[in-house]
Design a protein around this ligand. Structure first.
Ligand SMILES: *Cc1c(COP(=O)(O)O)cnc(C)c1O
Length: 379
């Protein structure tokens, strides 16, 4: 008789997490002691609009008893989601503005890069989501046929050299589907770089299988953008997922969102950024939370972020230091916010304040600037 060796299906673990996603008050209650605010928030989310879903893995990181737990604050809805705050918008980045929605599921607001939304599903719905207006409720994974108008637009617009594959979370799709989307994009000769934006290393790390990494690596250069917000998310499993991506040649970049009471302190973010760099993840952006309806309770004032990056400047290695970014309401583009280290300017010198608080003068060049011989722009 022949022994049949049954290999475990590497996709079984993540598919099981999606299937067992927490979507009811009962399931939530089995894992944590709900506050009245959370119960009300969950009921509201279940009733319609912006849904709730949490992988058992991500919920297992939550504190059963403390409602201020950074995991809970990110994934468990609260009463405050129903409260409006001044300046709230449904679509703060103007993604549905016809000036930016250049084709179905394709947003272009920069000259050289575009955002392709391949699904509206995520493994966990983050309560501060900038696309809460559409995620979880807008038709699920896009078919290749459905994406064809976007592909045609990219073919007709060769100035776009970079495509950000996002959603929803593109890595909730099967390897085959992801491979098919990337393969179609690679047939567009003008596209050099493809970014895959995913929170699965944080919320569903078992999704980052060797087979998925090999699929992605067939379409290099692929950059992976992920989204850790708090050191409690940096489990061995999550960091191993990031390292697997890096082992397959993908630079992994992190975009954290500043969230009030979650990571709104330099000491918390310092720990996060140091941990990420150890697993070869580059802290890329620290994003001011977008003014999305229902997120007022999670947003910080802009001076909080400025004080944090000022405190971390010099204290943290340059490779561990992200840029602080505000995405301008209306979809006008990202703007870096920076603490001012310049004390004074004159034609002779620039006086700067160093991270230690010492003022230092830098002597300015007095003679005419030279233009690089290879400069073609003449600016
Ligand atoms: C954020 C974003 C990008 C990428 O911006 P980078 O600063 O290059 O990271 C591109 N397109 C859209 C529509 C975006 O929202």
């Amino acid at each position: 008789m022949i022994d049949v060796v049954r290999l475990p299906d590497p996709d079984a673990a993540w598919r099981d997490q999606l299937r067992r996603g927490v979507r009811t008050v009962d399931a939530l209650e089995a894992a944590i002691h709900l506050t009245e605010s959370e119960r009300e928030g969950a009921l509201r989310a279940i009733a319609g609009g912006f849904p709730m879903a949490i992988t058992p893995y991500y919920l297992s990181l939550a504190d059963r008893d403390d409602p201020r737990c950074p995991i809970r604050l990110q994934c468990v809805p609260r009463r405050e989601e129903g409260e409006a705050s001044p300046g709230d918008m449904e679509d703060p980045l103007g993604e549905e503005d016809p000036r930016h929605a250049v084709a179905p599921d394709l947003v272009c607001r920069y000259p050289d890069r575009a955002l392709l939304l391949v699904t509206d599903r995520c493994s966990v719905y983050c309560r501060f989501c900038t696309r809460s207006r559409m995620v979880g409720s807008d038709g699920g994974a896009r078919s290749l046929d459905g994406l064809e108008p976007a592909m045609k637009w990219l073919e007709a617009n060769p100035q776009v050299e970079e495509v950000i594959v996002s959603g929803g979370d593109p890595l909730t799709l099967s390897d085959e589907r992801i491979g098919a989307v990337l393969s179609r994009l690679r047939r567009i000769r003008s596209i050099g770089v493809v970014r895959v934006a995913t929170r699965t290393p944080v919320t569903l790390p078992m999704r980052i299988t060797d087979a998925l990494c090999r699929t992605l690596a067939r379409f290099h250069p692929i950059w992976v953008m992920t989204h850790f917000n708090h050191p409690a998310e940096c489990t061995d499993e999550a960091m191993a997922a990031c390292e697997r991506l890096a082992d397959h040649g993908m630079p992994v970049m992190n975009q954290a969102v500043l969230l009030s009471g979650v990571n709104s302190c330099a000491c918390v973010l310092e720990k996060l950024f140091r941990r990420l760099v150890r697993s070869r993840v580059k802290p890329y952006y620290l994003l001011q939370c977008d003014p999305v309806s229902g997120t007022g309770h999670l947003r910080t004032r802009t001076d909080v972020g400025l004080r944090i990056v000022e405190a971390l400047q010099g204290r943290l290695s340059g490779i561990a230091m992200p840029r602080l970014i505000l995405d301008a309401p209306g979809g006008e583009g990202k703007v870096p916010l920076s603490p001012d280290f310049v004390v004074s300017r004159s034609p002779d010198e620039l006086v700067v304040r160093t991270w230690r608080g010492v003022d230092v003068a830098y002597p300015e060049r007095r003679t005419e600037e030279l233009r690089p011989r290879t400069c073609a722009c003449g600016s």
